[in-house]
Design a protein around this ligand. Sequence first.
Ligand SMILES: [Fe+2]
Ligand SMILES: [Fe+2]
Length: 245
Amino acid sequence: MTSELHIPRRSPGARTDWSRLASRTRLHAEDLPASELEKLEPILREDVLSEYDARFLSAYLHGKGLPFTSRFRLAEERWREDEERHYHHTAEVYRELYGLDPELLADRRARFEPLEELFDDELSILVLLAYDELATVGAYQANLEAYGRLGPAYREWVRALVADEAWHYAMFLAVLRDAHGDRLDQAEESLERVIAYEGTPYGATFVLDHDDPVFTPGLLERTARLLRRHLRDGSGGGEGIFEGL
Ligand SMILES: [Fe+2]
Ligand SMILES: [Fe+2]
């Protein structure tokens, strides 16, 4: 075990005040044709729901009774706060533009049973979380042009989301190395197992929410390749990202 890992309190997106995001986005959207707004609706709805589901994953992890390290618990707490903030502002924008149907979330229940094998221990969970965050970075980036139609404020918000999800990736990678550095070969095996579960119908589990066509086989392959490389050669900002912040 190495020395205590330092994870700063605030991720990139938490350093900006987003209180005017929804009103600024609405102002811009007023000039958009209705058909354009309609096309963007499913993308935004999916984002709201995805970010919302973090609470189910967090509750599931807490309920598992696994002996998590203090590093893991800290990273999970930071991650959970960020995802809640992502949900809060994305939902605010959605409400401004489309009126959030409360029914949309009311009956949402998570089904973790089909993925249970991926939550064996802390190491497997970290691999799953790292892989998932990195895939999300790719998905938000792939849709940047679409988000940009909602104006500069929303574009800036999505860039902050990308930075936060990349931050989560680096944070989970850092805990993986810091607390489980002697088992990184097993991390690669865990990754192969995660990949084998791609295609499992999504059950509000936050992870593997990859039914959307933006998650192309190419994007998922690139995600796995990058994580594999970072596990093998120690790169990927897992440690360095926290320094000097
Ligand atoms: Fe998020
Ligand atoms: Fe994230």
